[in-house]
Design a protein around this ligand. Structure first.
Ligand SMILES: Nc1ncnc2c1ncn2[C@@H]1O[C@H](COP(=O)(O)OS(=O)(=O)O)[C@@H](OP(=O)(O)O)[C@H]1O
Length: 620
């Protein structure tokens, strides 16, 4: 019947981005001072939560880069040693005959620096160059390590580039080694030729020399082989480091995406805020113009205030509101206030309140339950202290805000004690309901009613949770408490009083069980908004499930322990009131009384069915 799971109210689903910084980490390399990075990281930390995790990640990124740099440098040194140990011809050959991509030409980085005078040294060494700068210098070990200090996507790109270039560089080193080997072989072949040509002059010496030369060649080959192996090992280590770097960079990239999403959301929120401010400003402008219709060059964009509007502007008393209500108003202007949620307590009034306050044509009061007519006026709407009337009109209902909206928004409040006291007599003999009618005869009233035993138990739980007075303080058993109190908490008497005081068209009665049933909720909400004269399709959200006992307790409440005969007795206690209510519903044509009663009978039966065979029940 009721939805079990709590819903989050739409209003509360707000990501408050910490910052709306406009520069994403993806481009932060282009921002001196990295303000954008700080802002994006603030958002990122806001989403990811733990700053220690961020710190860890940053540390590991730096470590990875450091490792990568050290390993890279070592590889370069070893490679240089390998190259230097070859003949100068070989080195020259490698330098000049092997076509190298721009990215691995030594000195490239310095040329890049010269080409971009705007990019200062600090920026460069901090890795603040853009992606092009990184890839341009990626073959240069120094530049790789410099670029690695950057972050975000730049790092990601950098690490990828580093990995690719590192692999390419290793291959080039190997190719260089292979090239050198080829040269050595051919030089060996050359060495053999002169020996064959000059044997006349000292074949033995030549043979000895050739032997020595061969030995030297072999030693050189061995040495080069070792250096090659070392270079390969270093290259592999560098590749590993680059891979690690790439993984970290990918992680950073994911977080960057999250930060970007947050930033986008922040930008959207800011835009929405701006639009709202602009709308408000436009509204205020309209009023300015209306207030100065004779100003030179003035051309009224909006029509003049209605007589009702002008009359209301002076109001600080309820009597004034009533007097003003006699004045003409434009179509679409709501009387002030437009409606009340009367109650009953524990009948989903909070959920309904939230749903209606989120309606674009509705203005919410400053608090959900001002209880002005009950507490401040002592349940006599005509006996409200004048200074409190002013406060109620201006500070609780916000008359000036309603006027600012040109009375095109419905103002309301919801005080759950109003409904149950409809029949209470005021000093001058009126009921509370009648006194309300005398003060605000136009106001529309909504009352929600829940199966009486379960409603009372919910209220009992509410008071127990809040440690306030409950009937359990007066009676020593739950059963006694309910048996004696329920008759005083009936529906029919107050409802009859409200109907005696107000035209039935101004009263909407809702049944809690039906209102909160998933398959009927939409229909009821539409009926509520049609009754109020606002767009029935808005807000396009479900009814929230607010103010639950489970939320207050932190766990699902257990049923109230009771014996079966006791529960049956309580049904007998409430039955006459339920029947009277059914009669009223039928008499005034307010609802299908049979369906209404059947719903509550179903609730009773569900509880009875759950009792154990030995007659112990757990009442929900
Ligand atoms: N959508 C929906 N579906 C089912 N039940 C709902 C829903 N919204 C509110 N509720 C239940 O209504 C109880 C709170 O009612 P109120 O907000 O009127 O309470 S209060 O008088 O304003 O304190 C409270 O009942 P208990 O949990 O039994 O105490 C809420 O759980």
């Amino acid at each position: 019947m009721h939805r079990g799971a709590s819903q989050t109210h739409g209003n509360g689903a707000t990501l408050t981005p910490r910052s709306s910084a406009g520069v994403t980490p993806r481009h932060r390399g282009a921002v001196p001072g990295n303000k954008a990075r700080d802002a994006a990281e603030a958002i990122w930390m806001g989403i990811e939560g733990s700053p220690s995790k961020d710190a860890q990640l940053r540390r590991s990124r730096v470590n990875g880069r450091f490792m990568f740099t050290v390993v890279g440098l070592a590889a370069t040194v070893l490679l240089s040693l390998a190259v230097l140990s070859n003949s100068s011809t070989s080195a020259a050959s490698w330098q000049f005959h092997s076509p190298q991509p721009d990215s691995v030409v030594p000195g490239r980085r310095h040329r890049k620096l010269e080409r971009e005078p705007g990019l200062d040294q600090e920026q460069f060494s901090a890795g603040d160059g853009d992606e092009e700068q990184h890839s341009a210098g990626a073959g240069d070990q120094e530049q790789l390590s410099a670029g690695d200090d950057g972050g975000g996507k730049v790092e990601g790109g950098d690490a990828d580039t580093a990995q690719d270039d590192e692999g390419a560089e290793t291959e080039q080193r190997l190719a260089a080694g292979a090239g050198s080997e080829g040269l050595i072989d051919s030089s060996g072949a050359e060495t053999e030729q002169p020996i064959d040509a000059d044997t006349q002059q000292g074949a033995a010496e030549a043979a000895k020399e050739a032997h020595t030369s061969k030995q030297q060649q072999q030693e050189q080959q061995q040495e080069q082989q070792q250096q090659k192996e070392q270079a390969v090992a270093v290259g592999e280590a560098a590749a590993q480091a680059a891979e690690q770097s790439a993984v970290q960079a990918a992680e950073v990239d994911t977080q960057t995406a999250a930060a970007q999403a947050a930033e986008q959301a922040a930008a959207q929120a800011a835009a929405a805020e701006q639009a709202a401010a602009a709308a408000q400003a436009a509204l205020d402008d309209g009023y300015e113009q209306e207030q100065q219709p004779d100003a030179p060059g003035h051309k009224a964009k909006r029509r003049k205030k209605s007589a009702y509007h002008r009359a209301l502007e002076r109001c600080v008393t309820l009597a004034c509101l009533q007097e003003a209500a006699q004045q003409e108003r434009y179509k679409g202007q709501f009387l002030f206030p437009h409606f009340f949620i009367l109650g009953w307590q524990k009948s989903a009034t909070t959920s309904l309140f939230h749903h209606l306050k989120d309606h674009p044509e509705v203005l919410m009061p400053v608090e959900k339950e001002p209880e002005f007519f009950s507490y401040d006026c002592g349940y006599d709407a005509r006996g409200c202290p004048p200074e409190m009337q002013q406060e109620y009109i201006e500070e609780t209902l916000h008359l000036s805000r309603a006027l600012r909206h040109n009375l095109n928004r419905a103002t309301f409040e919801g005080s759950t004690h109003y409904a149950r006291e409809g029949q209470r007599l005021t000093p001058n003999g009126d009921t509370f309901a009648a006194s309300m009618y005398k003060v605000l005869p136009w106001v529309r009233l909504i009352a929600s009613m829940r199966e009486p035993i379960s409603r009372y138990l919910s209220m009992l739980g509410h008071n127990l949770d809040k440690n306030t007075y409950t009937c359990l303080n007066k009676h020593d058993s739950l059963f006694k408490c309910l048996e004696l109190e329920l008759p005083w908490n009936n529906y029919s008497m107050p409802i009859q009083s409200w109907l005696d005081a107000f035209p039935k068209e101004q009263l909407l009665l809702l049944q809690y069980e039906s209102l909160t049933a998933e398959d009927k909720e939409a229909e009821h909400l539409t009926a509520v908004k049609s009754f109020l004269g606002v767009d029935p399709k808005l807000p396009a959200v479900q009814l929230a499930h607010s103010n639950t006992r489970a939320d207050r307790l932190g766990h699902a409440p257990e049923g109230w322990p009771m014996l079966k005969w006791q529960y049956e007795r309580l049904i007998e206690v409430v039955r006459p009131d339920v029947d009277s209510l059914a009669d009223i519903l039928t008499k005034y044509g307010l609802a299908d009384a049979n369906a209404w009663v059947a719903e509550w009978e179903k609730a009773w039966q569900t509880n009875l069915d759950a009792c154990t065979p030995d007659g112990k029940c757990s009442i929900q």
